[in-house]
Design a protein around this ligand. Sequence first.
Ligand SMILES: [Mg+2]
Length: 412
Amino acid sequence: MPSPTTITAVDVLVTSPGRNFVTLRITTADGVVGLGDATLNGRELAVAATLRDHIVPLLLGQDAHRIEDTWQFLYRSVYWRRGPVTMTAIAAVDVALWDIKAKLAGMPLYQLLGGASRSGVLAYAHASGRDVPALLDSVRQRIEEGFRAIRIQTSVPGVRTVYGVSSAPSPTGRYSYEPAKRGPLPAEEDWDSQAYLRHIPGVFETVRAEFGAELPLLHDAHHRLTPIQAARLGTDLEPYRLFWLEDVTPAENQEALRLVRQHTTTPLAIGEIFNTVWDYQTIIREQLIDYVRSSVVHAGGITGLRRILDYAAQYQVKSGMHGPTDISPVGMAAATHLSLAIHNFGIQEYMQHDPITSEVFRTSFTFTDGLLHPGEEPGLGVEYDEDAAERFPYERAYLPFARLADGTIHDW
Ligand SMILES: [Mg+2]
């Protein structure tokens, strides 16, 4: 006879309601179900295969209560440690086990993580425009929707397609920007760092003049600048007092941020492509950043991200979890529980899913007056409708890539 908490079924569920998502579902002998988000944008099937072919057989027959032991076993026994595919797979297992444990305890997950440290989780929205008047309209719309912090991205003269700029409002008026396009090959975009550096400070000057000094404003440079260019941008943006400037340099080289930091007091955020605490060792210890961008989904789950954030807390570095639509509703719920519980919470990205996504994922988290709250359902507060999911089969989709005017590949 298995114990009531023995893992008896593990399912890898792939669906595409609006975009591709991978979900792990773990079921115990007494029928308690836990969900984990295993979505890695543009490489979804690699994580699905890792789970299905290599990890599911290791979980069957194990005790669902042993979260830390399972995390250490999956991290150390693979031998080939770290990497986005492995750490996203581990995250899905970890979050599903936390969901089960909280359901067994009869409490929302944030209570198991120590209880609420605040009344709600400050969320920031995306706003963008193909020109400055369109950007101002977009900011206005997001404020009317209740957001109290806004990330702004804008087109650059002479560049055809720029990261983060929504091509047009959807027919419903809902803000949408989805860089991963369905199709056989990735889309090609273009880039010019000098044109960008000339254009952006004037955009912030206009937005500040229109919306005043108090609105928290964020901006993402999306890994495209050299350290000295990033230092220039940070310096030029200082008069506009950004909440943060994100991903100024490619994230592989932590030491690049020393040069940036030396020149500017603009707060820096980095790490959405990082997946373990080791990726942050230098930049947190040397206090080269202000916000950690890792998500629960790509950094080893609640267990993995909490390790990073506890390390960050010693250096007054706060959370700023990645949260566009490639984080599924399961991942967003996990982020909201963790953000409510930790002391060093900073801000949470919240892009809002296509309404069709809610046909598959039923959530209990709420967004009111600019704040997210995970709700009071036991566990994560998310249900997965498998019948609905089958109506949305996987479709291949890639993130774009960028070339300079002379054809050279650049960081996207
Ligand atoms: Mg980013």
